[in-house]
Design a protein around this ligand. Structure first.
Ligand code: FDA
Length: 402
């Protein structure tokens, strides 16, 4: 039986990074992945340009049942550490928006960089290769794989979440976690468009394709999320960065609240218009907001839309402003794992070491990346968690342990 110091299962962002560091520290590392193609999620990320980190990444940008868990790893391996690595590999990049860093060229450069790091560490990679079972055998683990049995004192689970099953996502990591006595914080699609009942959404279908800045919020207290980003109307509901962000905080049955005019004082603008203009309210609103939104919003109130502004009662202006600034609506669901960028929930961090990602139930077993219950905002944060948790784990792995 072949023996390694560490077997890393999942050659995605976290697995490749962890294997490379551990290999360069002198460990004999086997990296195994069941997918035909290497690191597809990195390749398709960021629209093909991989938003590989966020300059501002910190614990406040992550959601978890145990919010402090991610602190240590994020502090010990920061966005600046990853930027330095990218620069060492001479990959050109730029900042797009709110600290988000993208490759100038393509995501393939990040994959190639991670592969070079693994090669420098002499990492053995078996791909495609499925792991059928993992057992504890004395002080080591035995793994049954497509390419025969393997023995290792340390096993790192880096198999990611459930999103985009067609490119290799599986529930393997959660199954192994349960096998070794771990709890799973309920998983759900996140960074995903929200959908609405067809009948309730019909009045808004003419808005499909419209994008505008909006403030969106949901939840209360510790579970409250709030973002100011672009909102996109779709045929089935809402999408765009504002909605992807809030989807991670949204819980079924709960409403979301939208301010469709976050960058102006709508009340004041309408009142001022009333004193200055004799235009119809509908036409004035279409100057202040996108025309399609104004028309659709007033479509079922033609009397109000056609009324000259000086004849519109203040309280109608007040009501209209409130409706647009505090539009409350309850999604019926999400577009699911098929469209979700990440999976929220996962291996409960309360039984993992925040220093090393090692299981407190089973020494030598580690969980890193998205399989863990740490979910980042949209904007490079999820990759930063993959890098940081991988670095924490790789630093703790030991050569010829046990
Ligand atoms: P990842 O999913 O990268 O890797 C898991 C690996 O495990 C896969 O290679 C899979 O084949 C393998 N695997 C699964 N089951 C297995 C099994 N049973 N046996 C063997 N191997 C198995 N994030 C970000 O920060 N910036 C961005 O720009 C984007 N953009 C983006 C776009 C899209 C379309 C998606 C779907 C996601 C993003 N993300 C993102 C999220 C980001 O891709 C994600 O959080 C990380 O890839 C997670 O890294 P992991 O290594 O944990 O899992």
């Amino acid at each position: 039986m072949q023996t390694f110091d560490a077997v890393v299962i999942g050659a995605g962002a976290a697995g490749l990074f962890c294997a490379g560091i551990a290999g360069q520290r002198g460990l004999r590392v086997l990296l195994v992945d069941h997918a035909e193609k290497l690191a597809e999620k990195i390749r398709i990320s960021g629209g093909g340009r991989c938003n590989f980190t966020n300059r501002e990444a910190g614990p406040a940008n992550f959601l978890s049942a145990n919010p402090h868990f991610c602190r240590s790893a994020l502090a010990r391996y920061t966005a600046h550490d990853f930027i330095a690595l990218v620069q060492r590999h001479r990959i050109a990049f730029h900042e797009k928006h709110k600290g988000q860093l993208f490759c100038d060229g393509s995501s393939d450069e990040i994959v190639a960089m991670l592969v070079r790091e693994c090669e420098q560490g002499g990492v053995t990679r078996w791909q495609p290769c499925a792991v059928e079972a993992i057992r504890r055998a004395g002080k080591t683990f035995e793994l049954d794989t497509d390419r025969g049995p393997v023995r290792s004192a340390q096993v790192v689970i880096a198999t990611g979440g459930l999103s985009i099953p067609k490119i290799g996502a599986s529930d393997f990591g959660y199954r192994i976690a349960r096998q070794f006595g771990h709890r799973i914080v309920e998983t759900r699609p996140a960074l995903v468009p929200l959908t609405f009942d067809a009948a309730a959404w019909t009045p808004f279908t003419p808005l499909a394709g419209l994008s505008l800045p909006a403030r969106v919020e949901t939840g209360e207290g510790r579970t409250r999320g709030q973002f100011l980003e672009d909102l996109l109307f779709t045929h089935r509901g809402l999408s765009g960065p504002a909605i992807l962000q809030i989807s991670t905080y949204w819980r079924p049955g709960e409403p979301i609240r939208l301010d469709l005019a976050p960058e102006l004082d709508l009340r004041a603008a309408l009142r001022a218009a009333k004193t200055l203009s004799r235009r119809q309210l509908g036409n004035e609103l279409a100057e202040i907001l996108p025309r399609r939104l104004a028309e659709t919003w007033l479509a079922d109130q033609p009397d109000l839309a056609d009324r000259p502004l000086p004849e519109v009662r203040d309280r109608d202006l007040e009501r209209l402003s409130s409706e647009l600034e505090r539009w409350e609506l309850t999604p019926s669901g999400t577009e699911g794992y098929r469209k979700a960028e990440v999976t929220a929930g996962g291996v409960d961090t309360r039984a993992l070491s925040s220093q090393s990602m090692e299981s407190q139930h089973q020494g030598g077993l580690y969980f890193i990346g998205e399989v863990v219950d740490v979910t980042g905002w949209l904007g490079g944060y999820n990759f930063q968690w993959a890098w940081a948790s991988a670095a924490a784990c790789a630093g703790a792995l030991q050569a010829a342990r046990g």
